[in-house]
Design a protein around this ligand. Structure first.
Ligand code: ZN
Length: 258
């Protein structure tokens, strides 16, 4: 819905909504394990005073508003990751309006540390927040933004593959480990966290598409859901055709191994 050339006024309103939401403690993110966004308020207040060349480049090249860490080295890592994603699958960036990169100082500060017990978040206003600066984590959060705009057909087909298999066999409340302590792929889910709901399922698949070595895992031979899901994700541009073909050839190669 929102275009890349989002107007200043709209941006201001988004900031206002974020600020008011944060002050009220209203969580509008996809992840619900962290009820407040103290660091976001901090960045909204301080952002206008800190601008680097890399930040300007990110905003110009990708049409994405940048907020947060003023460390240009870390900004450059983010820029490289965005570049890689843009070259692999530009569709993943379509709905991203803003990226908040948390600084290591904020991440480690006693004041906000309790609220940053996640590696990233995505919200329906088109903002992702990153604590972890890896390519796969960035892709994970961008996949959330894309899924917010997905069609009913996509959802129906995903539902057809996974049905009511979510929330099963998970150990803790956060659902990052299977009951037996394993974190390996199972029942069509690439990792336990994906079994929480369809949103995390899609995001973990997209995340793993950026880790080619992951697809060597023999556990992936136990279910045909992996290939079905990858094919669906490719059809709806969550992963590129090249990613799909590379992963498929890895899965095919390992098919008849003991
Ligand atoms: Zn997620």
């Amino acid at each position: 819905m929102a275009s890349k050339n989002i107007s200043k006024k709209v941006k201001k309103n988004i900031a206002k909504v974020a600020l008011v939401s944060a002050l009220l403690g209203v969580g509008y993110e996809e992840h619900t394990s962290h009820p407040t966004t103290v660091p976001s308020v901090y960045y909204i207040i301080t952002d206008p005073f800190v601008t680097t060349l890399t930040e300007k480049r990110i905003e110009k090249e990708f049409g994405i508003d940048y907020e947060g860490d003023s460390n240009e080295e870390r900004q450059r890592i983010l820029e490289e990751n965005l570049q890689k994603i843009y070259e692999t699958n530009p569709a993943l960036l379509t709905h991203c309006e803003k990226i908040v990169l948390h600084s290591e100082a904020v991440e480690n500060s006693a004041l906000v540390e309790p609220f940053l017990n996640y590696s990233g978040t995505a919200n329906r206003l088109g903002t992702i927040e990153l604590i972890s600066l890896t390519l796969s984590e960035t892709a994970h959060e961008l996949a959330h933004l894309k899924y917010f705009h997905a069609s009913k057909e996509f959802d129906d087909q995903l539902e057809y593959i996974f049905g009511n298999t979510y929330k099963k066999d998970l150990k803790n409340e956060k659902g990052s480990v299977w009951n037996d302590g394993s974190v390996r792929p199972r029942n069509g889910f690439v990792r336990p966290y994906g079994a929480n709901n369809s949103h995390e399922n899609v995001a973990t698949y997209v995340e793993m598409a950026y880790i080619p070595s992951f697809w060597e895992d023999q556990q992936l031979q136990q279910s045909d859901k992996y290939l079905k899901t990858l094919s669906l994700l490719q059809e709806y541009d969550f992963i590129s055709l090249k990613q799909f073909e590379d992963i498929k050839s890895t899965l095919d190669k390992n098919k008849n191994k003991p």
